[in-house]
Design a protein around this ligand. Sequence first.
Ligand code: ZN
Length: 365
Amino acid sequence: MGVTFPTVAKAVGTLIDARLLEEFDDVVSGPGRPAKRLRLSKERAQIVGLTVDVKACEIAAAGFDGVLRENSRQSFATPDTYEKLLDTISERVKALNGGEMSILSIGISVVGLVDYRQQEIRLAASLPFLNGKQLGRDVSRRTGADCVLVHDAHALCLAEYVYGEASELDSFVVLDMCTGIGMGVMVNNVFLTGHSGYAGEMGHIPVVANGSLCRCGRRGCLETVASEWALVDRVSKGLGRQIEFDEVMTLALDGDKLVRAELNRVCKYLAMALAHVVNLFDPQCVFVNGRLFDELPWLRDHLVNKARQLALEPAFADCRFLPTSGTHLLGAVATGISAVTASRIHELQDTLSGITFSVTRRSVS
Ligand SMILES: [Zn+2]
């Protein structure tokens, strides 16, 4: 590396003191005194990932190496007020923060638009009590740990990049159809956030002139014709009784004509959206996440065939369509790790003697 032993020792000492690295027992034996081996902290420090969704929240701890501790993973029903949400999160975080294990950062994936500069949730149509709240700062105040917010669709995109099938790709799109329709975009290895963090709001592009009222307050958004909630709403109206998503899936699997017609309609609009995505970003792959496609795999093929007829042929020909393999929770962890490398490493730069430290795919190096 061309650096002297004292320089390396000083840099390593700084990273150990900051709990980013730790020493561990050397299992490799050879002549001479065994060297101390180093790894990214997983026993002295942790990253917490948290997801806040409409019905349920999930929390888990991971090492700074990004490996999730499966036994720490817990989920709980989303509380109905902001204060109760803060109380519950604080309790769960404190329970994870035992013994020697300090928390380096908490990554929080939330439904709704997040202003990344202000770290504020600006529009959470499906969880309105989050509107205008600085959830990260409030959790930080209660737990003493650094927190960073991430939009849930962006979290899914980062999870795919760090942990999932996109690790070898430089341009891809994740379409997240869990609550509404969100999107995360990576173009030439640059993750698109936009000026404030609002990039990728695919669900709210207008597609129907003077269409139905959307949860965002506008009319005719893609979500009003192609989301899970719009599908459930249309089928319920057609049947004359309110039903849940699971029943819609059961009816679809039974070949119900009304549901099949509504699924066709959903596909028609989603295919338009996919053609926009392919024409705008020229991705190598579009990852699609949603129960609709998990439970009805033929629907994905149907959608891709429709989109093929709309998108520009050269861009579409090189694009694959796959289900996602990452999760929002892993995206929250990846966000927490990024925040540490962006802030702590910067603070420590003077004592790192010019040795760079950065997040790479699948690992931190
Ligand atoms: Zn909308």
